[in-house]
Design a protein around this ligand. Structure first.
Ligand code: SF4
Length: 86
């Protein structure tokens, strides 16, 4: 690698690292209920309380939150991002 290539890498690599960090942040951002077709009732035997992305509230029947959907989430709700607990 010559001096010119080394200097180019000094500029390009940090820029790429920043791009990856920004992309990761976007991927982790929550989306609105409408984006995931959220509903307050189960879809068959699938519901938020059985989803790995659900963050429970203060009791089993209390509303909680979700790692990908914005707002208050019912434990008996459901959306298209449903991901069953392992
Ligand atoms: S991803 Fe969907 S189904 Fe799972 S907890 Fe969040 S809102 Fe409920």
């Amino acid at each position: 690698m010559n001096r010119k290539d080394a200097l180019r890498n000094l500029v390009v690599l940090p820029a790429l690292a920043g791009l990856v960090a920004a992309t990761t942040t976007i991927a982790q951002a929550k989306g609105p209920k409408s984006q995931f077709k959220y509903q307050d009732k189960p879809n068959g035997n699938q519901q938020c309380s059985e989803c790995s992305l659900f963050v429970p509230g203060t009791s089993a029947s209390a509303a909680g939150t979700c790692k990908v959907v914005e707002g208050e989430i019912s434990p008996s709700g459901w959306c298209t991002a449903y991901s069953p607990k392992a």
